[in-house]
Design a protein around this ligand. Structure first.
Ligand SMILES: Cc1ncc(COP(=O)(O)O)c(C=O)c1O
Length: 363
């Protein structure tokens, strides 16, 4: 956020900034999605909905998980939330008592640890390393499990690395006998191989997903969780008290996304792949080493040891001198220090311009 604010200040002074720090697609939401939302408002679909979300949307989500992953979920196992983020609040409010712990990867999406801590839990970090392709090591996880451990939190494709977890690793994590909380928000944005849902391997898991990334719908604020049946009532009570329901007309946009936006998703995915390949080539030609395969999301996590030991300082310096904004690795946990996160959620032209600026800066 500090880098973002500094970059906005530079823009106010009239400088053009290349935003390789973006955590959201620069594409617009699909037309069918916008139209469904507007039509819902015109049709006065503007009241509270069922606290778990519209049945039609929950049916569409269940269908999506069956079609894509052959996972059999009942619509009653789903709670629709205003964005993915509140789904974590519901889950960890339900799972955690003070002093309980949750295993998280290091590096990780910064809010993950905050959700756990805010709700009285202790985040226990397990390193995932570039030498291991940023894949989890289930044996290392096993060693951290204690009587207080309530969940292990996985994200695939990952923010900040873009790595898609291997099927066998997810399977092993499911055998650890503690619930897996699986953030599947970047599913649909995979450019090589195949993403796997935790629900292909177990029913005793919590899935969190939404529409922000694959459908370019960040500002709509629409997400959902899928949970084992026994947890639904307590989760629903928290939803009823704090949230009541997700926005009614936005839920219609979600139905359109799942039922009609397939071609839009494919178009955006194709464009992201093109950008990824271009940025990879650019970063390598600038002398950065990337020794793993970032198959998904829209991020590269790049080592900077040859330039600086301090990712925040380097990110500031790049911003001030090259007018290129990137995210310092330290944001993603202690293992993230020594890295920068580059996002390719920007146009091909901006990637080319950014690489040129960085070339001059590094020279
Ligand atoms: C890994 C991950 N999970 C969850 C979120 C939250 O997404 P939203 O609340 O927009 O659905 C983000 C946003 O950047 C993310 O990167």
């Amino acid at each position: 956020m500090d880098i973002l604010e500094a970059s906005q200040e530079l823009e106010r002074q009239g400088h053009s900034i290349i935003p390789f720090s973006l955590g959201e697609p620069d594409f617009q939401a699909p037309e069918c999605v916008k139209e469904a939302c507007l039509q819902a408002i015109r049709d006065n679909k503007t009241k509270y909905t069922h606290s778990q979300g519209l049945v039609e949307l929950r049916e569409a989500i269940a269908e999506h998980y069956f079609e894509k992953y052959r996972a059999k979920i009942h619509p009653d196992q789903i709670i629709v939330t205003p964005g993915t983020s509140p789904a974590f609040f519901l889950i960890f409010s339900t799972l955690l008592e003070k002093g309980d712990s949750v295993i998280l990867p290091n590096p990780h999406y910064p809010c993950d640890a905050n959700f756990v801590e805010f709700l009285g839990g202790n985040p226990l970090f397990v390193p995932v390393r570039e030498e291991e392709g940023y894949q989890w090591n289930p044996d290392r996880v096993k060693k951290r499990i204690s009587k207080k451990t309530r969940a292990v939190f996985i994200t695939s494709p990952s923010n900040p690395t873009g790595v898609v977890l291997e099927k066998e690793i997810i399977q092993k994590m499911c055998r650890l006998k503690i619930p897996v909380v699986s953030d599947e928000l970047y599913h649909g944005l995979v450019y090589e191989g195949q993403e796997h849902s935790v629900l292909e391997f177990t029913n005793e898991a919590f899935v969190v997903n939404g529409f922000s990334k694959a459908y370019a719908m960040t500002g709509f604020r629409l997400g959902y969780l899928i949970a084992p049946k026994k947890y639904i009532r307590p989760l629903q009570k928290i939803q009823q008290n704090f949230i009541i329901s997700a926005n009614s007309f936005v839920q219609y946009a979600g139905i359109a996304a799942l039922k009609e936006a397939g071609p839009d998703l494919e178009r955006m995915r194709g464009e992201f792949k093109r950008r990824r390949d271009l940025m990879l080539k650019g970063l390598l030609s600038l002398g950065f080493q990337i020794n793993y395969t970032p198959q998904g999301a829209f991020y590269f996590f790049v080592k900077i040891g040859h330039l600086s030991k301090n990712s925040l300082e380097l990110a500031y310096d790049m911003l001030q001198k090259a007018h290129v904004a990137v995210t310092p690795g330290i944001d993603f946990g202690s293992e993230g220090e020594g890295h920068l996160r580059f996002s390719y959620a920007v146009s091909v032209e901006k990637i080319e311009e950014g690489m040129e600026r960085l070339g001059k800066y590094l020279a």
